[in-house]
Design a protein around this ligand. Sequence first.
Ligand SMILES: Cc1cc2nc3c(=O)[nH]c(=O)nc-3n(C[C@H](O)[C@H](O)[C@H](O)COP(=O)(O)OP(=O)(O)OC[C@H]3O[C@@H](n4cnc5c(N)ncnc54)[C@H](O)[C@@H]3O)c2cc1C
Length: 327
Amino acid sequence: MANETIYDVLIAGQGAAGYAAAMYAARYQMRPVVFGAVFGGETATGGLIENYPGYPEIDGFELMMKFREHAQKYEVPIVDEDAASIVRRSDCFELTTDEGNVYLGASVILAVGRERRTLGLEHEAEWTGRGVSYCSTCDAPLHRGNVVGVVGGGDSAVKGAALLSKYARQVYVIYRQDSFTRPEPVNLRQLEAADNVTTLFNTNVVGLLGDDGLDGVVLDRPHAGSNELAMHGLFIEIGADPRVGLAEQLGVELNELNEVRVDKHGNTNVDGVFAAGDLTDASGDLKQTITAAASGALAATAAYEYVSRHGNRCAMHAAGYSIAAAD
Ligand SMILES: Cc1cc2nc3c(=O)[nH]c(=O)nc-3n(C[C@H](O)[C@H](O)[C@H](O)COP(=O)(O)OP(=O)(O)OC[C@H]3O[C@@H](n4cnc5c(N)ncnc54)[C@H](O)[C@@H]3O)c2cc1C
């Protein structure tokens, strides 16, 4: 079905970057619309947030509710469907949702974040929620008194393991390299202070054990004389890949890390297409809620300047415009 409104900006992503972009765009008196099947992005499932200014401690879900409500205060429409495709047709961008609904806009902000990496092991997908998890901060309280493992050695893994050490009886951190990779010092200090954490460097998890859920893992080198390690929780914290499908459809340039390349204003190389948040190289390695929100504000400002400069040519041409993909 084709939506009749011609928007000034189509925003893909209901995370910190998308909501911030929507709020700024609305305050510029633009007509934004936000898309996304999943509320709140990674912040919403990130557990306790202690580094968002103004909130010494706030649950990520609650913080994202505030972001969403702030955008809705300006009556920004939010469509709880993912953008399946975005193509440019003449002066319009045509966004088709995963439910086949079609929306038109004069510009686009991509804020779709990143996809968590998996180990690709047998049973990994099937046992997600039955011992296998990708979010320590979400699932740590489920493992009170258990033995658990964390795969990874970056900041998310270190932060997750430090948190898990407060609930679990024993935490194994299993990392393929011989030292951690740039953890935040505060998280590393917390991990080192815990007396129930054992770190296995130069080690990989190569198999999952269990019948109907996780009972243990297989290591590629022995620990304490065995390649099998019993545990009831395995937290996979090995990074994430930018979701670049929509960017690629639009011909947007990526950097060597497969992130959308933006300038300091949030412009991509494609006229009328802007990007923000963890999808992009906007804030280098510092991929956080605050930097995602800031880059969303910048992208909305750039989109506003673009639409002000050109006018909403999509709306101007809409009368004679036919939507090929619409039912
Ligand atoms: C476990 C964990 C803990 C964290 N803890 C902290 C912390 O304490 N402090 C901090 O500042 N940061 C923290 N972060 C980082 C922070 O959550 C991210 O930097 C932030 O969420 C990035 O926001 P974003 O809007 O760019 O992307 P995201 O939050 O990933 O949001 C992107 C949204 O786009 C959606 N989407 C995907 N594809 C489509 C599509 N085709 N169409 C529409 N929508 C789509 C996704 O479902 C998602 O909802 C943590 C991250 C993790 C994983």
